[in-house]
Ligand binder design. Structure first.
Ligand code: FCB
Length: 453
């Protein structure tokens, strides 16, 4: 195909994304600014995983990264501001950390790069995690102290805030499946954690909007596809959608949890005060909603599991020869479906516009000299085609941030070559930065607002 995909007719902003803990190098922060250790170092230690010690060596290389962004033509940059750095153990401002952010942000703004910081990209101080983390309602007010402190010191550099990154991963991976820090495995605890995350989000949105700041928040959206047309598989699809997506979006925009899921959870569902929902339902105050999209999932009914459904790993349906015949999770069209589903479900509840705040591909390069990453370029092209189609179908999609600006610490997957999402390669030993082929290709997209398939 040789068609041109053109975004020049709309206001689409193209940018890049990362998060503080994944790039900064936690050990260096602790040494230089006495920041608090996050729950991720304790989690890594306990499970024999790679800790976030070095990240992308950003702490000492931020000027070089700002230069690199300028040379690639980046104008929109999503990052995060870490709670574990901003607040001391006594919940007072850590001046050294705030100064570091100020220096970095000043340089970015002077170079006309707009900054979109996330206020919680999973950088929970370990001390807070040990006191129950997001299961503990007291965490909500501590988070608000972090948000206010950030805005007091850094608010003037901010284009738009994202309050949370992916509360579903924070609550469900962290407290239900145990694959993210703090590594707990308890449905009831996870529901408590999600409620407190939503409450914290609602309070922060109200605080920031009250300060006249443009405010948004980020969910990861995972469209579900039933493996077959049977009513049981259709029910599995609904459960998957409600467990991952609607559990976090319905309260924000509609002021209620999905009722059939509440019945399914039964006794595991925590009691909470009815007024909480008045705080949580803050969707119409938002300037935009950020969606992170990586894939969808094919699901089928499975009475042996806790929630009565299971996901088909890899394949999806096959013909009798074992050939995959329809594999939505690896289809970029999942992005189109997700954008439409979310926009049309919540547009009458105050949703104004959507940003894609993350999408990207983890893959080791095909060759090192030059740094060729053909599959990443193809992935981005395929997803931008779907983004363009969603815009044509009426979705107000205003921004597209690639995950990620540079190779970094990929949570439980550490620094393996195959877990790297960066447009820019970071040498794990020397920290040297080299733009991959995808970075050069994306620099053209940012400049021309169009590309050839
Ligand atoms: C998302 C996270 C981000 C990154 C990508 C690959 O779930 O928000 O930090 O790790 O996945």
């Amino acid at each position: 195909m040789n068609s041109k995909i053109d975004f020049s007719g709309n206001g689409m902003r193209f940018g890049v994304a990362d998060s503080d803990l994944q790039v900064i190098g936690e050990a260096r922060c602790i040494e230089a600014e006495q920041s608090q250790p996050t729950m991720w170092s304790a989690f890594a230690q306990k499970n024999g995983l790679c800790p976030p010690n070095v990240g992308s060596y950003r702490y000492d290389r931020w000027e070089e990264d700002a230069d690199l962004m300028v040379s690639l033509g980046v104008k929109h940059y999503r990052t995060s501001i870490s709670w574990a750095r901003v607040l001391t153990e006594r919940d007072t401002p850590n001046e050294k950390a705030l100064k570091w952010y100020e220096n970095f942000f000043k340089v970015l703004r002077a170079r006309e790069i707009l900054i979109y910081p996330t206020l919680y990209h999973w950088e929970l101080p370990n001390r807070v995690a040990q006191e129950g983390g997001w299961r503990n309602r007291a965490t909500v007010n501590r988070f608000l102290t972090h948000c206010k402190t950030v805005d007091d010191f850094l608010g003037d550099y901010v284009e738009e805030y994202f309050v949370l990154n992916e509360p579903s991963c924070a609550a469900l991976f962290g407290y239900h499946r145990g694959i993210h820090a703090p590594g707990e495995k308890n449905l009831s605890g996870a529901l408590e954690a999600s409620h407190n995350l939503l409450l914290a989000q609602g309070l922060a949105i109200r605080e920031l909007v009250g300060r006249r700041r443009k405010t948004s928040t980020v969910v990861n959206i995972q469209p579900a596809y039933a493996e077959s047309e049977t009513p049981l598989d259709a029910e599995a699809r609904r459960r998957s959608d409600e467990y991952w997506n609607r559990w976090f979006l319905d309260p924000l925009f509609l002021g209620s949890y999905p009722s059939e899921m509440v019945s399914l959870y039964g006794d595991a569902m925590p009691a909470f005060a009815a007024e909480d929902m008045n705080v949580i339902r803050a969707g119409e105050l938002l300037n935009s909603l950020g969606l992170n999209y990586y894939n969808g999932e094919v699901v089928f009914a499975d009475a042996s599991t806790e929630l009565g459904y299971n996901r088909r790993a890899g394949g999806g349906p096959t013909n009798d020869l074992g050939w995959p015949v329809f594999v939505p999770p690896s289809y970029p069209s999942g992005l189109y479906d997700a954008l439409r589903e979310v926009f049309f479900r919540y547009q009458n509840a105050g949703l104004k516009k959507i940003y894609i705040t993350e999408t990207g591909l983890a893959k080791a390069p095909d060759s090192r000299t030059p740094l060729q990453d053909t599959a990443r370029v193809q992935f981005l092209k395929d997803h931008l085609v779907q983004a363009a189609a969603a815009i044509r179908s009426g979705v107000p999609l205003d921004a597209f941030f690639v995950w990620s600006f540079c190779d970094s610490f990929e949570w439980q997957d550490g620094h393996k070559p195959e877990s790297q999402f960066g447009l820019v390669c970071v040498d794990p030993v020397t920290a040297e930065r080299t733009p991959k082929m995808s970075a050069l290709w994306y620099a053209d997209v940012m400049k021309n607002r169009s590309f050839q398939m």
